[in-house]
Design a binder for this molecule. Sequence first.
Ligand SMILES: Cc1cc2nc3c(=O)[nH]c(=O)nc-3n(C[C@H](O)[C@H](O)[C@H](O)COP(=O)(O)O)c2cc1C
Length: 401
Amino acid sequence: MNKYLNKKKIILIIGGGISAYKTLDLIRLLKKQNCQIKVVLTKAGKNFVTPLSIASLSKSKVYEDIFDSNNESEIDHISLSRWCDIILFAPITANSISKIASGKAEDLASTLILASNKQIILAPAMNVRMWLHKSTQNNINKLLDYGYLSIGPATGEMACGEYGEGKMSSPEEIYKFVLNYFSDRNIVKNKKLKALVTAGPTKEYIDPVRFITNNSSGKQGYEIAKSLAKFGVKTTLISGPSKLKKPEGVDFIKVETADEMFYQTKKILPVDIAVCAAAVTDFKPKKFESKKIKTNNLSLDFIRNIDILEFLSKNNLQRPRLVVGFAAETNNLIKFAKDKKNKKYCDWIVANNISDPEIGFDSDYNEVSIISENKIEKIEKNLKSFIANKIAKKIISNFIQ
Ligand SMILES: Cc1cc2nc3c(=O)[nH]c(=O)nc-3n(C[C@H](O)[C@H](O)[C@H](O)COP(=O)(O)O)c2cc1C
């Protein structure tokens, strides 16, 4: 019996796709590890697998209709979503992806998902054209942005005879994904990891009304803090001025200047992980004028701000076990990022090209390369939340090997 899966409560929603029959095998694999499974079958799903086969394998009643509760004191979509540890939707069709992405609650499956605060894992399956359609891609990206996880789809020959991306991942792959989900969280929880993430710009005041800053929105750092917290890491986000809301599940400290960010950083040490995603203004006026400067005096002297990334990396007493820096460059991306990594002594540098207006500073999208000791790993253009999840996953796997 696998200790991570033993007694885990899983809601499995089976949608109306050809691959629905494969989930019978998935139920068998999960039951073998003593998972408790309750199955919701969509109306279309019922055309592909029978409630009788599902009930026999899952040893539980099959839920089909939102208005079909046997117990008047309980409402199925609410009680089911509170009962489970995760909701697994396999196969999820293009139709259900669209329904959920638009917040619909028109059958038991979609209502249950809307009412849930548990991790939702999707295993999409459909024809390659349906999968690659802009509408499906927009919908699935929206769900990933909400923090849903997704496995597959795989590439191969489809039931319709066409070839391409769209096959549901195999029951074994989905089983492994679920197992990793529970084991990763368990290990992270037991290790009681602590992380610090800095994000946003800083504001360096010249006089009471004027300041120097930059265009950083803070989005990428906020998303990384959110992802780390979701993995069970105790995360503190120190943010410069940003319009973004405090992410859920994260300790939050708002600052304005580089000096304040540095002070708060020192205060929360020691941590296991430091992710320096803030675009700290490199310099500040040598002297803050307490009265508004008159326009006939146009000369300013600057001094360098403290380098928080370098401070953390070279901190012999309280160095985080993993220090991750960011390099926003307009040219020679990898070379400049590598130089920065060597100069600052951090462990990894996440490099992105800010000369592309479609990614970087204020965009919801990014494309990055993670440069570690002897490896460069590129994450192709995607939502910042998706990229954050990848970075957080890589950080976590560094601690649970
Ligand atoms: C034979 C057949 C196979 C189908 N296979 C799929 C599929 O693999 N993926 C998909 O997205 N839709 C598929 N569909 C279409 C869905 O069944 C249809 O969109 C349905 O409304 C989905 O409902 P649900 O999302 O509530 O399960 C198939 C339809 C038929 C008739």
